[in-house]
Every structure is written in structure tokens, then in C-alpha cells.
Design a binder for this molecule. Sequence first.
Ligand code: GLC
Length: 588
Amino acid sequence: MHRYWWQNAVVYQIYPRSFKDTNGDGIGDIPGITSKLDYIRDLGANVIWLCPVCCSPMADNGYDISDYDHIDPVFGTDEDFDELIREADRRGIRIVMDMVVNHCSSEHRWFQEALKDPEGKYGGYFHIRKGVPAQTASETAAPSADAAGEALSSETAARSSDAAAELLPPNNWRSIFGGSAWERIPGTDLFYLHIFAKEQPDLNWENAELREEIYAMINRWIKKGIAGFRMDAITYLKKEEGYPSYPADAEDGLVSVKHGALNKPGLVDILRELRDRTYGRELLTVGEAEGVGKDDMEDFVGLENGVFSMIFDFSFCSLNLKAPNFFWYDTRKWSVDELKQAAFKTQNYSRDGWIGTCLECHDQPRSIDHYLPESGRNFYGASMLAAFNLFRRGTPYIYQGEEIGMRNIHLKTISEYDDVSSKNQYARATDAGFSEEEAMSFVHDMSRDNARTPFQWNSNENAGFTATGSTPWLAVNPDYTEINAEAENENPASLLKWYRKLVRIRRESDVLSYGDFEPAYRDIPGLAAFRRVLDDKEIIVFCNWQDAEISVDLGDKALTSVADNYGTAQINGGRLTLRPFEALIGSF
Ligand code: GLC
């Protein structure tokens, strides 16, 4: 089987806004990233996934792109970016960009042209439909499929004097960030579709001209020396024909947009063409591919012919929420064994393909707070999580700050938050009758800003993220005096040092890079253990995910420890005793 370079990679994800500010405007920038490349090289990562840096009005912090070909001035210049690629390359680090092509910004030229002339060329780049007169819609509880917005015709698209009449959106889809997924185009009876915020109009992938523009743009980035792409919200590209409404799934009368737009038939054909016309199979491509199940694995990530190198394993990140609505207030109890089963199931599904393993990203709370009980929110718990993340089969991703154990932030009021989804979720919780205090507690647990607070470099003012006297765009977590990269670099027993060690072990080992995955000691509750096997070589990883000892009967096998977060393993007479939150990597 052909081995790809990205199977042996360890990726470090950077949220540029929050990484390192060099010009004192309180916002991280590309020269800041370049200035910290040695830190990333020392960690051992050989790929950086950069969250969006292209021109954007920042309604969703760069995930709303208004010009795909240039760097937003807030992050630096096009030349700064070229320099980053060059300097990274000198250190053996490759750059993967975030490619946001499900939607663009409402300020993108294409959309501005579409607003002026919804029937013209650029109108066809978006999903624009006629609204439904309020009366027609109120005759049925939820608009039926028949009532879904009509296609444009010269007559319907005309800016009519009736435009002010009350019109409802073409269907009842709820956007991911809350509220209708349709926004009315002022002065017309037309609406455009936005699966995310209204400032993020969805692009129409049925339109051949649009597709050509996107391919050409992606190819320009490849020519610049980009090593791959993280494909944002990529399973939403195909919308269900006719845009039918579905029965409401909550009291707002709406239904999750996922019914009409997530992983719909025909999506893979679009993705194949996209791959063949641009990045092929040798670049690293990772799909943010919600809604992809067992039967889709071969098409998406098959090592022979998948549309991407890998997709992220998100199988366990929302165990604390009730499916399918993903309201942050709609929580449930979950267990470590459930998490383990979910992660192992993905391993099983992806046997002939490849995945990206991760615990954190810019959309998730910090892993220490999210996956560990109170008693494990310390070095042991965090280092155990690292072993779980870095040694499963797939390419591991480390999100900035995870390697030093950065934590969730608890801001007092919702106005101190920046994240658009936090604001929406807060409103949804208070609408549902929760008190302000309760609504804030959901935000504390789930806000995307938990992961977006400025990187904690040292114990100086603003954690060394920005120049003295500047105000960071988002509050710095007050724990920076304790948790910061400089302190951990000086401490031989720090989490940062543990990460460096594990990344090195991972990258140097063929077994850990390419070996098969096999669950081990599956029936022991609270223990996530697995083997990685290649030919006659084997590595075993034990993660005690609980605040109590676990005893494992090793039989007559002699276990040698390669790394242990307690320093040494406790093995006596064929019995291994794992202390609370102990991680042991060993071989027989
Ligand atoms: C993805 C990104 C998220 C963004 C959304 C819309 O889910 O990870 O940050 O808000 O897409 O682009």
C-alpha cells in the first residue's frame, strides 16, 4: 500500500487572531506566527493548519471571506504570508490553509453583484428563491414542500412594489447559528440561503462557472506552495433539490438545516470533481465532514481513492449534548466508556481509510474542561488525553495551547463574548426559559471563545500575547500567570515537555504512524486501551480515564514502558496497576 507523507504528520492548528500579535493592535498576525515557528518545530509538529487569513469583514472571524486571493490586512500582507511559507519550509514545516467554499462573505464582490441583479450571472452563484406569502404559509403548520420558494423567473425576480408585503422564507430550515437559514434581499421578494450566519451566503455548487472560479483560486494557492487544505463545512455543499421543508424539531417551528443540506446524494460527485481539478491525493486535505457515516468512509477517505486525505473524527465531541438539535442547554450525562466506544468505532470504520484525530479546535471548549472530571483537570489528566489523541490511528492534530494545558474561560456577561454562536446559544437558552445565570453556565461550558482566548506565552502583561499597553481582542485567561509556555519550557516535568516527547515518539515510529488499531482490555470500565500493530511489531497504550486505580492482568507477558506520565509504571507479578489518570505507552 502506498504511504502518504501526511500519514506520518503531526499537525499544529493555529487560530491566527489569538496566537501572537506583533504590531500591537491586539490581534494576532502572520509575522507573529513566523516569529514562533521555532516553538512549533520544537514541539515536533511538521504541519501547521492555519485558520482563515484571507480578506474578511470578520462576521465569523475569517470564515466569511470577501477576497480569496489576498491576506486580510489585520493579519499582515501577502508578502508576510510568502515569508511564513518560506520560513516554515526552512524548518521542515508545511502550511495547510483553511478553505471556506461552502459560503463566502456577504461583502464578497460576487454577492454584491448578485444583490444588484439576482437574475444575472452572479445571482446564479448563490441560492436565491422567492419567499412565501405569509397567508399561504399560515394555512399549514409548517410550510410544505410545495410551498418551498419558487425558482427565479424574470417575473418573480422583478423588484415589485409588493416587496414590502409580509413574506416568509422559502422553507423552514434553521441555520447552524440559529434563526431562519434564509435572509430577505431588501426591496425584493427574494431570499438567499445561509447555512451559517446571514453574513455567510451559501455558494451554489450546481453552477459550473462558480466551480471554475473556485478551482482556479485553489490552484493559485497550491502554486504558492501550500501543502494542503482544511475543507470547511464541506459536507454542506449539496442542497436538497426543491429545498423542501421538514417537520419542525423545536418550538421555533424550524428544523435543523442538516435535513436539507448535510451530506446529500450527489455531494461526492461534486467533491470528486473538486479533488481532480485541484489538490488530488498527494496534498494533505482534511474535511470538516459532519454527517459522514460508516458507509461513506471509502468515498471520503479511502486510501485508494478518497476525496480527501482524511476527515476529522468528531464522534465523541458532543456526547454532552442531546442529538440532534445541538442546543447547548440540551445536555445529557455521558460516560468515558461511551466516548471510548465512539472513538473505537471510528477506528473500525476507517480501517481502509484515514482520519484526523483531535480533541480541540477553534470550535470546541478546552479538552481538560470538556473531557475530564474536576479531579482530573491537572497534569495527569491532560497528559493522559495527549496519549489518547496522539497514538490512535490517523493524523493527530494539536490545537494551539492544548500542549500547555490552556483552560476554558468564564467571562461574566454575554457581552464580553465575541463568538457569534455563543450569543445565539445564549439567546436560545433564555428564550427556552433558562435564567441568565443558567444561560451563562452553558456558554461557559461550550463557548467557542474558550479556545480563542489569546495564547499564553509568558507571565508578563497580557500573557506576552501582545505589546504592553495594547488591549487583546478577547480577554486573556487570568490563569496565564500559572499556565504559560515559558514556565513550562523551564519545567522538566511540564505538559509541554510531555507533548514534545510524545510527538517525537509518534513521528519516529512506523508502528504508530501506519500500524493497525486494535482495542485492548475493552471490558475494563474507565480504561481506554489499544494496540497499534505493524507486521510483528506492536505498541500498547493504556489511558486510565478515572480518578481511581485500575488493575490489569497482563498474564505472562512482560510489559516494557516507553513513556508513562507518572514517570515509571507499576508492574508486579504480571499485574499492572494504573493510577488515576495514568497514561502508559509500552510494548510487550
Ligand atoms: C466551520 C468552522 C467554524 C465556522 C463555520 C462556518 O464549522 O470551523 O469556525 O464558524 O465552519 O464557516
